[in-house]
Design a protein around this ligand. Sequence first.
Ligand code: F6R
Length: 243
Amino acid sequence: MRIVILKDDLAVAEFGANYIIESINKKPNTVLGLATGSTPIRLYEKMMIANQTKRVCFKKVTTFNLDEYLGLAVGHPQSYRYFMDHRLFNHIDIDKENTFVPNGASDNPIADCTHYEEYLREKGGVDLQLLGIGSNGHIGFNEPGSSLASRTHIAVLSKETISANKRFFSVGESQPHLSITMGIGTILESREIMLIATGANKAEAIKNTIEGPVSSSCPASILQMHPYVTIVMDEEAAKSLRN
Ligand code: F6R
């Protein structure tokens, strides 16, 4: 596990974006695994600028997002498909046909989970998976207690996650309690993983991920078992680490 500690969230975004850009420049048909949430927003902005200034081309890139809320209508502004379109895909030269996000409006989400795994396999699997981390140590929507071998599945969000994500929904708006998420087993099949974390509210989860025992009580701790993981964080998120 490679640990990178940088001054602030801007430096994390810069490092993360450059890392992804270099991977694409080495392998133009890279399969990227992507995350949503507030942490990668600036990183995506930097990738957008890099594309517009011709430092990187996404024409041959395929993307698979980690997760999606279950039960939001297509085009809902809080859906992760909407987030990805508006924060990244609409502004770069990627072919939208090559961008996969679980279908949260599906009539048959169980079958869709199986199809998602099939698409992933057909595309050759994820080369580089970008992850954020929940303050409870979740990755994707794999909450504490999730199976460390799980595949793409329907997951119940924890109270902590529902409350952390409340800020994105307007007052009185109903907030989904279910999601479709890549499983931990699916995530671990990525050839390489980069997790980014910023802010003091991630410090405990980062400590448990890096220094704790491998345990489903902190799902991200399973990353200790993967041979190619880079964890990039700012000083605030690193503040509970021993050294
Ligand atoms: C979202 C995802 C989640 C987030 C995590 C952190 O696609 O996979 O695991 O990475 O909830 O979210 P932020 O970045 O908003 O703190």
